[in-house]
Ligand binder design. Sequence first.
Ligand code: SF4
Length: 192
Amino acid sequence: MLALAEIFYTVQGEGTWTGTPAVFVRLAGCNLNCRFCDTDYALKFFATVEQVTARVRELGAACPMVVLTGGEPLAQAESSALVAALQADGRRVHIESNGSVPVELPPQTWLTVSPKERLHPLMAARADEIKLIVDGRVPLEWLDAFPRREVTVFLQPEGNKPANVALALAAAKAAPERLRLSLQTHKFIGIP
Ligand code: SF4
């Protein structure tokens, strides 16, 4: 059984896939406790893998992209079964993880890693994109833990706050080969 916070159809607002329609499956709970966390990942309901897959089909119809987010989606024992079921149903599965829980993922799975308190080397090596949260400082020290230099690194200002935007922008301009600014575009237009 999976513990869930919400399932909704929207567009991806951040990173490489910004603007792409996607069904978001927010799994409940997190194994970390970041002070700046503003995500409501509290448990709202339980569902089986089959029920979640059916709900994604119902909401997203022909939408190919599904984002598993949280909380920490990979902290749940049945997360791999959910990935497999969604992929068998024809969905392109993206996962937004803090990278602290080591899980083997099928190669066609897109993995966004946003490191917080700790990072597992397996997930650092697997990341398809890296998202660093800028909250009063730019935590570039995390980059040493990611072995693949070709992976895009997004700097995302916490809360879209002007001071954090200025810090992220300055850092990106200072290292334009490696860094990009990522804004939470969905918040500008008031959608989840
Ligand atoms: S890892 Fe992400 S979801 Fe978990 S507490 Fe930190 S910011 Fe919130």
